[in-house]
Write a protein that binds this ligand. Structure first.
Ligand SMILES: O=C[C@H](O)[C@H](O)[C@H](O)COP(=O)(O)O
Length: 226
C-alpha cells in the first residue's frame, strides 16, 4: 500500500516523463505550487542546463527552484511556454479544478494562462465527481473583505478569512465552504466579476489539459475533451 507521499511522488515523476519530449535549450517550464509541485521541482534537476529555465507561480516555488540551481525567469521575459505543471485541491472528470489551498491561486492562474498545456498532478484522492467539498479559496483586496464575505454568503457559501495569511500579491484569502457548484465555468466568472475579487480558485475556464493521477495501481491519465 503506497502512502500519500509516495503517490504524490509517482505523479511528479509521471509529469517529468511527460515534459521530457518538450525539453530543449530555449524551453521554459511553468511550475506550480504545493507539496506535489515541490516534488516535481526536485525532479526538474534532471533537466538543469537542458532548458532555458522555469517560471514559478509563487515565491515559495521560486526559492525551491533557485535552491536547486534552476534558472527562475520573470514571466515578463517569457513569450512561450509549452507546459505548466501543478497540483490541485480538487479535480473533476472534466478536468475543472479547485486550487489555492496554498494561497498561490492568482499567480498559478496567470502562469498557466501563458502555457500551451496545463498538466495537473495529484494523488487520486483529489478526483471528485463534483467540485465544492474543498472550501473555495478566493483572493481578495483587503479593504473589500467584509463586503465580499457578504456577497459570497449570498451565493450560498460560508466564507472564512484565512487569518494571518498574506498572498505573494499582498492580498488576503477567503475560504468559502458549502458552495454548490453546478456550472464551474459560469460560477468562476460570476465570482471573479465581483469588485474586490482578484481571482477565485476555480480553474474551469482554463482547466487542466491533462491529469496524471497517482493510484495504488499506477498512473491514471485523463485528457480534457475539447
Ligand atoms: O495554492 C496552492 C495550489 O493551488 C496547490 O496546487 C494546491 O493547493 C494543491 O497542493 P498540494 O499538492 O500540496 O495538495
Amino acid at each position: 500500500m503506497l502512502t500519500q507521499q509516495q503517490l504524490k511522488q509517482q505523479a511528479a515523476d509521471a509529469a517529468l516523463d511527460y515534459i521530457d519530449p518538450f525539453v530543449g535549450p530555449d524551453v521554459v517550464i511553468g511550475v506550480g505550487t504545493g507539496s506535489t509541485a515541490d516534488l516535481f521541482i526536485d525532479g526538474l534537476v534532471r533537466f538543469k542546463g537542458r532548458v532555458r529555465g522555469a517560471v514559478a507561480s509563487s515565491e515559495r516555488s521560486a526559492a525551491r527552484l533557485a535552491a536547486h540551481g534552476i534558472t527562475v525567469l520573470d514571466l515578463n521575459d517569457v513569450a512561450d511556454m509549452p507546459v505548466y505543471v501543478d497540483g490541485a485541491d480538487e479535480i473533476d472528470p472534466a478536468l475543472n479544478m479547485v486550487k489555492g489551498g496554498g494561497g498561490a491561486l492568482t499567480r498559478e492562474k496567470i502562469v498557466a494562462s501563458v502555457a500551451k498545456r496545463f498538466v495537473c498532478i495529484a494523488d487520486e484522492s483529489k478526483l471528485v465527481d463534483r467540485l465544492g467539498a474543498f472550501p473555495l479559496p478566493v483572493e481578495v483586496i483587503p479593504m473589500a473583505r467584509e463586503a465580499l464575505a457578504r456577497r459570497l454568503a449570498a451565493l450560498g457559501g460560508q466564507p472564512v478569512w484565512r487569518q494571518g495569511f498574506v498572498t505573494d500579491n499582498g492580498n488576503i484569502i477567503l475560504d468559502v465552504a458549502g458552495l454548490t457548484i453546478k456550472d464551474p465555468a459560469a460560477f468562476e466568472a460570476e465570482v471573479n466579476n465581483i469588485p474586490g475579487v482578484v481571482t477565485c480558485g476555480l480553474f474551469a475556464r482554463a482547466g487542466a489539459d491533462v491529469a496524471l493521477l497517482a493510484t495504488q495501481g499506477g498512473i491514471r491519465r485523463l485528457d480534457r475533451k475539447s
